[in-house]
Design a protein around this ligand. Structure first.
Ligand SMILES: *Cc1c(COP(=O)(O)O)cnc(C)c1O
Length: 424
């Protein structure tokens, strides 16, 4: 059944029980796997045969979830990680070494900005942050001979800018480098970046995919479309001395990237999720299409309410016809723009904090994309480490509030916002 619709894939991909087998995806909580012969295990170590060896590299339960997510995104393979941060890190390190360079859009998640701008810099990998609205000429001018990829976020957390995937894919491909897209907020239900030319898609599965605030996780998905054998990616083409001269493009074809990420980087870094976490993530995936539909519907109503309120200075939600990213949203997110929006109240930082502290239903948590409505003040939390210039480039003002609309009845969400607005 390869032509299944996405709602059906969310329920049936990855695990198909045989006669008499458990209906629910089983949890294989085992660190290791039993083989009859030393010879067989030796072959596993040489990557000559397929199979699980050790749960730092693969596990049957996690593998089922990887297959499901790869299918949802339209990729050929996926690798789950212990967090979204680990997914970003491994997606870059898989093709960048000290001395390499890459481009990232400046309106991306604050944690990713720290990773790219500070920690990767210490490893000798340089990132240039670029304006998402820059022209193809301006972007191309930033590409150097050692530039290895371009990175952007479909729906930016928390600036809510919409990434012009086709524009960036064309520029990347004309320079023979891949486009990596963080699709966390959109999820494959609202946008599948590979359909617009993205080569690698990553997620923090801690957000909508999980949805219930019960597991931290990430995933990397490979489209299998990028031709790595162009002289820029020797680590994928030339022999890997740590595997007796395995050559990823030669030996694994279009699965070269995702195979190397698993057998080389996951082996060495050890950021693989447990079976139980994959099981919990799968529960979220099963209901993702139903939840996304309702998040979008509730958020559209809340965004329109805020936009019409005199105490509100501005609202960023690409579902609003007046939003600067509305046209891009119509192209990339035709079914809705998720439950997340950001807005600012007249009066700046202090008013924002008073409003947030007055909310009764909405929780004040360092989280987003949960089933429950939640709020956060980016300038004093997720983006606290950023300088004023970086805050401005990331589209964050001191008074900005990030609101993640949940699945409560929209009337109750609105009532809560109304009573808190009366207090400011
Ligand atoms: C939360 C988030 C991350 C980081 O994910 P963790 O699972 O918290 O490590 C990366 N990208 C985006 C867009 C996010 O929202």
């Amino acid at each position: 059944m390869s032509q299944m619709k996405i709602e059906t894939k969310c329920l049936h991909e990855g695990y198909e029980p045989e006669n008499g087998e458990p209906q629910a995806m089983p949890i294989y909580q085992s660190t290791t796997y039993n083989y009859q012969s030393t010879e067989h295990i030796g072959q596993l170590f040489d990557l000559a045969v397929e199979g699980h060896m050790y749960s730092r590299i693969s596990n049957p339960t996690v593998e089922m979830v990887e297959k499901k997510i790869a299918s949802l995104e339209g990729g050929i393979g996926a690798l789950c990680t212990t967090s979204g941060q680990a997914a970003s890190l491994i997606s870059i390190l898989n093709i960048c070494s000290a001395g390499d360079h890459f481009l990232a859009v400046s309106t991306i998640y604050g944690g990713t900005i720290n990773l790219f701008g500070v920690t990767l810099k210490r490893l000798g990998i340089e990132c240039t942050f670029i304006d998402t609205n820059a022209s193809p000429e301006e972007i191309s001018a930033q590409i150097r001979p050692n530039t290895r990829l371009i990175f952007g976020e479909t729906l930016a957390n928390p600036a809510l800018t919409v990434f012009d995937i086709e524009k960036f894919a064309q520029i990347a491909h004309s320079h023979q480098i891949p486009l990596v897209v963080d699709n966390t907020f959109a999820t494959p239900i609202l946008c599948r970046p590979m359909e617009f030319g993205a080569d690698i898609v990553i997620h923090s599965t801690s957000k909508y995919m999980d949805g219930h605030a019960i597991q931290i996780g990430g995933v990397i998905v490979d489209s299998g479309n990028f031709s790595w054998d162009n002289g820029k990616f020797p680590e994928l083409v030339e022999p890997d001395e740590s595997y007796h001269g395995v050559r990823y493009t030669h030996d694994f074809g279009n699965a070269a990237y995702i195979t190397k990420a698993r057998v080389q980087l996951m082996r060495d870094f050890g950021a693989y999720p447990t079976a139980i976490n994959a099981f919990l993530l799968n529960l979220g995936l099963e209901t993702l299409p139903v939840r996304m539909e309702r998040y979008c519907k509730n958020a559209q109503i809340v965004a329109e309410f805020l936009d019409a309120n005199k105490k509100v200075e501005w609202v960023n939600y690409p579902g609003l016809a007046s939003d600067p990213y509305h046209a891009l949203a119509e192209k990339y997110l035709p079914d809705g723009c998720s439950g997340v929006m950001s807005f600012s109240l007249r009066g700046g930082r202090d008013t924002a904090i008073r409003f947030m502290d007055s909310l009764k239903l909405a929780s004040n948590v360092v989280h987003v994309a949960d089933i429950r409505t939640c709020v956060l003040h980016p300038a004093s939390t997720t983006h606290r480490q950023l300088s004023d210039d970086q805050l401005a480039a990331a589209g964050i003002t001191p008074g900005m509030i990030r609101l993640s609309v949940g699945l409560e009845h929209v009337d109750d969400i609105l009532d809560d916002i109304k009573q808190a607005l009366e207090k400011v």
